[in-house]
Design a protein around this ligand. Structure first.
Ligand code: BGC
Length: 730
């Protein structure tokens, strides 16, 4: 280990409020906007501030200003719906590319790939006539069971923020705008419309808001969606602290905030900073007009919201009606992006040597598990993609090696369905005896078993958290029965969130996570399993050993218990409903110790740590050095590929500050780099980290600080596989 001392002056950043507002692509139309606003009636102004259809808000038809059209995302452009309902129009032209979902994108640890992803989304959005994509979804994955974990990126703010920036650049340099969602602290789906998040300013700023801040300040995001929940007592859609103090004043946001669907509660939203109520006009329609006329809401507040809408509209030319939706938009260019994301997202958790598969040495493969044939573009509650196609794992394998190897399929377990979910069938249901028997018979006569475990889009869904992380429908029991007849097992976990891998780990030679991986997911998986590409995905979140180890569970602050009529016979239904409507608290008692920050600081063993992911080759790290100049820390080191195939590695730089005067996690990610190293070659890698990334939120002073003093840089292949360290003095 080499010690490096870097002297640097104390950098104490005062509150960001005093930092210059970043330049924005929305600048430059203010005079024109003044003229437009001065010629508008109050009815025209109010008409802009609520949904015009399910997915548009009005322009000013009299002045030739077009509506703003929203494309539901974030992992593909949603099909066209009737103007005022959720019913699909059943068009022939709205088949789209299904891009890998959020946690898959995050597993690439690549802002460049996120940028391509954004480009693919924007190209299809524009061909469909849309202006603003409702994505990326960048809430922090606070609980492993969160229903939308698969849509979100990571448990870490810097990884989330870098990817959100990449996505934003990709979308906005290709003619559409992003809408970062869900701002903020929508970290659970149960009771999301009533829950009141109780969070410290420090945890909020450092963990939960940082990804939004990075996408706004560093990538000039033009749109934000306010979340359903309350934060510290106020609905997000009318939370002045979030929407005005922080978003607009501290970060210099110049764009628009639209509410989540049905998440606006009163006309107070306008003054707090909300531009558009979506999708209806319950608060910002007639009630707003009445409040304006009565002088309760000043017209200047409405003018400001209209100004922000016009900025976006003028910066983003509308697609003429007769040019939109002319043909199917999923083209080879976007499909290739979907493949490139998927092939870099797949994570090799362990490998006893069964991977890569050698088709010349295998006569027969038993592909077992419903997830080998199920698709994930649609399912559950909420936005999905009417995918032009989705290659399943079985199809991918068949197309790659079906001619040489005898591949047979057995379903193994029942598909967990939407009906199960609404009945709340426990995930722990017993295995289906007939399916189990068939699968075991196939396993017994095959050379190797590819077991497809995991969830599906009914298990992981918007609007409901999972009750457990157990693999559904008796998968563990099935795997035990299979292992008794054939121990050569490779397990592929199809999921967007952590699952309990206790049994899988014990019984599998190799384990791979392949996510909800988009239109090209099956092809990408086959190429990884066959070693045509080396796996290079890294976990964007921790796989805990037990759900009860994870912070909110360990502290007993999640799940919240609501009184129900059956739980409490004395409570009248009306009271229960009132309690629900009034909301329940979600105390974020773990503070900044979210994800690996908790597990590492508390010394809790995990199944697989944050940042973990193996390759088919080995990487040797050496020769670390660090220099600090002009507000940037450059950490350089070498990575040698010790194997015989070219491969990509994601090197991670963490910081640890044991001598700090403020509470610190054991380590925190500060930077990372994905590099491709040829077989037998060595490459120098430099990770550049802006010094203000070492900031913490000072609760007493209400501002950001960069604390002077010693810090240890930890360079590694995962958060628990640190290869090099360097001591610096900040
Ligand atoms: C979701 C949003 C989504 C919107 C429109 C809401 O239920 O929370 O993410 O964009 O619906 O479909």
């Amino acid at each position: 280990m080499r010690k490096i001392i870097i002297a640097a002056a104390l950098i104490a950043l005062s509150s960001c409020a005093r930092q210059a507002a970043p330049a924005s692509g929305l600048d430059g139309h203010e005079k024109e906007i003044d003229a437009i606003i001065s010629g508008m009636t109050i009815e025209e102004k109010v008409a802009m501030l609520h949904g015009n259809t399910m997915f548009s808000s009005a322009g000013v038809p009299r002045l030739g200003i077009a509506d703003i059209k929203y494309a539901d995302g974030p992992f593909g452009i949603r099909e066209e719906l009737e103007p005022h309902s959720w019913k699909p129009l059943n068009l022939d032209t709205d088949y789209a590319t299904f891009f890998p979902t959020g946690s898959a994108l995050a597993a690439t640890w690549s802002p460049e790939i996120a940028r391509l992803y954004g480009k693919g989304m924007a190209v299809e959005a524009r061909l469909r006539g849309k202006d603003m994509i409702l994505g990326p979804a960048i809430n922090i994955q606070r609980i492993p069971t969160g229903g939308r974990t698969y849509e979100y990126l990571s448990e870490d703010p810097i990884l989330s923020g870098e990817l959100a920036k990449g996505y934003t650049f990709g979308v906005q340099e290709n003619g559409a705008a992003v809408c970062l969602k869900h701002y903020a602290l929508n970290n659970q789906e149960d009771f999301r419309s009533t829950v009141d998040v109780q969070v410290s300013e420090r945890a909020m700023r450092e963990i939960y808001l940082t990804p939004f801040e990075m996408a706004v300040r560093e990538a000039d995001a033009w749109g934000v969606m306010s979340a359903y929940n309350k934060v510290n007592g106020y609905w997000c859609s009318e939370n002045e602290h979030l929407l005005t103090d922080i978003l607009r004043r501290d970060w210099g946001f110049k764009g628009i905030v639209i509410s989540d669907w049905g998440g606006t509660h009163s006309t107070a939203a306008v003054q707090a900073g909300l531009n558009v109520e979506m999708p209806g006009a319950t608060s910002l329609g007639q009630p707003l007009l009445d409040s304006l006329k009565a002088g309760v809401v000043p017209e200047s507040a409405v003018d400001q919201r209209v100004r922000e809408l016009l900025r976006v509209r003028l910066a983003l030319p509308a697609v003429p009606e007769d040019e939109a939706n002319k043909y199917i938009t999923s083209k080879p260019e976007q499909q290739k992006i979907a493949y490139d994301v998927a092939s870099r997202s797949i994570v090799l958790l362990k490998n006893g040597g069964a991977l890569p598969l050698d088709p010349s040495a295998i006569r027969s493969i038993a592909v077992i598990g419903d997830n080998a044939v199920s698709t994930n573009a649609l399912g559950g509650f909420g936005a999905g993609v009417k995918a032009l196609y989705e290659i399943t794992p079985l199809q991918g394998l068949q197309s790659r090696i079906g001619a040489e190897v005898d591949i047979k399929y057995a379903q193994g377990y029942k598909r967990y369905s939407g009906a199960d979910r609404s009945r709340r069938t426990p995930l722990e249901a017993a295995a289906d005896p007939a399916l189990l028997k068939e699968a075991v018979a196939l396993a017994a006569k095959s050379d190797i078993v590819l077991f497809f475990a995991g969830d599906n889009r009914e298990v992981e869904t918007e609007s409901a958290d999972r009750r457990s992380i157990t693999l559904p429908n008796g998968q563990d029991e099935l795997l035990e029965a299979i292992a008794a007849v054939n121990p050569r097992i490779v397990t592929v976990v199809v999921a967007g969130a952590p699952v309990d891998l206790g049994t899988v780990d014990k019984l599998s030679d190799a384990v791979v996570v392949s996510w909800f991986n988009g239109s090209e997911g099956g092809n990408a998986l086959a190429d990884i399993l066959l070693g045509r590409i080396a796996p290079s995905g890294k976990l964007p979140f921790t796989f805990p050993r037990k759900l009860s180890d994870s912070p909110a569970y360990a502290l007993g602050v999640y799940p919240q218990q609501l009184p129900t009529v059956s739980d409490n016979e004395d409570l009248p239904i009306a009271t229960t409903r009132a309690r629900r409507a009034a909301g329940i608290d979600a105390p974020y008692s773990e503070g900044i110790l979210v994800g690996y920050r908790w597990f590492d600081t508390k010394g809790v063993d995990v199944a697989y740590p944050f940042g973990h992911g193996l390759s088919y080759t080995g990487f040797e790290y050496s020769d670390v050095s660090a220099t600090l100049s002009r507000g940037e820390l450059k950490v350089s080191f070498n990575i040698a590929n010790t194997g015989d195939m070219a491969a990509e590695e994601v090197a991670q730089v963490y910081v640890s500050r044991p001598a700090s005067k403020v509470e610190r996690p054991a380590k925190e990610l500060k930077g990372f780099a994905r590099v491709c190293v040829d077989a037998g070659a060595k490459k120098q890698v430099t990770v550049t980290i802006p010094v203000d990334r070492f900031r913490h939120w000072d609760e007493a002073e209400g501002g950001w600080k960069v604390e002077k003093g010693p810090a240890r840089l930890l360079v590694g292949s995962s958060s628990r596989d640190i290869r090099l360290t360097a001591d610096i003095d900040i």
